[in-house]
Write a protein that binds this ligand. Structure first.
Ligand code: GLN
Length: 508
């Protein structure tokens, strides 16, 4: 199997050259991207420069552990000097002045950063259709979605436009598109990977993780990006395990929990039987299947969409058209109000918090018009829907009924997992209830769109880790993924289970 490690071996022995490899990827992007729309920013020349510099380092024997790996980055992770737009008009002109910690780590290990990948605006969505760049398309069948919100990252790997990519997973945005596009997608435990430089959607859920063609590459990427970070004090100070070592050891008996709640109504029949087949393969391979129950999982979607939108409404308050990003045309506002710029500047200069509140109540304040217009023009429909929902559940009259209640249910969901992990090493489920749906099919039905996350969302509520691995091809020709969930900081367990599933299929 071709892995980053095997390519590195071939570069070292002189059989391959990173300059040629990068040319192959450049051609693949030029050839396929107009159709698949996985990359949103890509500059051939900077790719060539990096390839030459890294190849030289390999020849000099000074290269880092990812030299030879070609990596795409979701457009929500800050890269110094590059546009970081989150696929939103409100950041269409924003350029980052610093590197996210994961980018610093990739650069330190000499990864080649090939370009920025498409996504749902601010990572809100399950299809990568909510993007100012237009939808990404599933490379397996371009009439279908890639899944989301990291659809560009999934498609880039599936279409062989690069080796690996980074995405972010707040409610399933790595695992679900990985499943839809037929690649591996790993969501680490919350706080395992630094969020410094990841544009915030819902801060108590957001995680950065890799997409890859195989489990070994996922382990290699996690090995590089995981670990404590002084720039993110929510990042856990927990030792990073030897993930690559763990998947290469012959493993002991693995106990896999099968929760009945993940195999109930709404699951496509063929997906159910494919997952069951994978499980009986595993059973023959020193895996014990144990029934477990996660009784609160049925509240997962409701709980998530209260908490995540609440956090989003607060996080997205920073886009005001004043400090950075899109600003509505000020001269038009002046014109509308017949106000002089000097008067507006005076207002801005003398504004205190109390004045601002007053200004908010006065419809004719130029400053407030600027906020409102910039945000109205800058955000897309789904983002606005979530800001409204989040503001509503946090409002004084409804806080206890929605936000506080959802926090309690989050705790119960976490407890369900804690109890299950007393009995088993990992929990198995389908990654998504269906294969990739058609472009446009769910776009006007947000509830139907939200239901795609039914099997992935609980892991984010509980803060645990999860991985989606290809489980086969549906009779409709589209990929199906199997998901393994692991206890907090037990990435080694899910990687082992995933590796076994992968090996059994390669052998078959
Ligand atoms: N689909 C979910 C949402 O729209 C999850 C998104 C994500 O994980 N970023 O919020």
């Amino acid at each position: 199997m071709k892995t980053v490690l095997s390519v590195q071996e071939q570069i070292k022995s002189g059989k391959l050259n990173l300059r040629d490899i990068s040319e192959t990827f450049i051609s693949a992007i030029k050839d396929k991207n107009p159709d698949v729309n996985a990359f949103v920013h890509f500059n051939e020349e900077t790719v060539r420069q990096q390839a030459s510099a890294i190849q030289q380092k390999i020849e000099d024997g000074t290269a880092g552990k990812l030299a030879g790996a070609v990596v795409g980055i979701k457009d929500v992770i800050c890269e110094k000097g590059k546009k970081v737009t989150c696929a939103s008009h409100i950041l269409h002109n924003f350029e980052s002045v610093y590197d996210a910690t994961v980018i610093t780590k990739l650069k330190q290990e000499d990864a080649l950063l090939i370009g920025r990948t498409n996504m749902d605006e601010f990572a809100m969505g399950s299809s990568t259709e909510n993007s100012i760049y237009g939808a990404s398309k599933n490379p397996v069948n371009t009439e279908h979605v890639t899944g989301g919100s990291s659809g560009g990252s999934a498609a880039a790997v599936a279409a062989d436009m690069c080796d690996v990519t980074l995405g972010s997973d707040t409610g399933g945005s790595i695992r679900q598109p990985a499943s839809y596009c037929g690649v591996v997608g790993l969501k680490p435990t919350y706080s395992r990977v630094s969020r410094y430089g990841l544009v915030a959607y819902a801060s108590s859920f957001d995680c950065i993780g890799p997409f890859s063609k195989n489990v070994t590459d996922a382990a290699l990427m996690l090995q590089t990006i995981a670990g404590p970070d002084e720039m993110d004090n929510s990042c856990a100070d927990v030792k990073v395990d030897d993930y690559l070592g763990a998947i290469s050891e012959p493993s002991d008996k693995l106990k896999v929990g099968v929760p009945k709640e993940y195999f109930g109504e709404g699951l496509d029949d063929e997906i159910r039987s494919m997952i069951e087949n994978r499980l009986s393969d595993l059973e023959k391979d020193n895996v014990e299947l144990v029934p477990v129950t996660l009784p609160h999982m049925k509240y997962g979607i409701a709980t998530y969409y209260i908490l995540a939108t609440a956090e989003a409404s607060s996080n997205l308050a920073r886009y005001d058209g004043v400090r950075y990003g899109h600003r509505a045309d000020f001269s038009k506002i002046e014109e509308e109000l017949g106000t002089e710029r000097a008067a507006i500047q005076k207002e801005l200069k003398g504004a205190s918090a109390a004045d601002l509140e007053e200004a908010f109540n006065s419809i004719d304040s130029p400053l407030i018009r600027l906020y409102k217009k910039s945000r109205t023009e800058g955000f897309g429909t789904e983002v606005k829907r979530r800001i409204l929902l989040g503001t509503y559940v946090l409002s004084a009259g409804y806080y206890d009924a929605y936000y506080a209640k959802a926090q309690k249910v989050r705790r119960l969901i976490k407890q369900d997992f804690e109890e299950a992990f007393e009995k088993v090493d990992v929990i198995v489920s389908p990654t998504a209830p269906t294969t990739a749906f058609k472009l446009g099919e769910n776009l006007n039905d947000p509830l139907q769109m939200y239901l795609n996350d039914v099997y992935t969302i609980s892991a984010n509520l509980a803060g645990i880790c999860g991985i989606s691995v290809p489980a086969g091809t549906h009779s409709n020709g589209l990929p199906v993924g199997i998901q393994f969930l692991g206890n907090a900081f037990r990435e080694t367990d899910i990687l082992r289970a995933a590796k076994r599933t992968e090996s059994l299929q390669t052998e078959a």
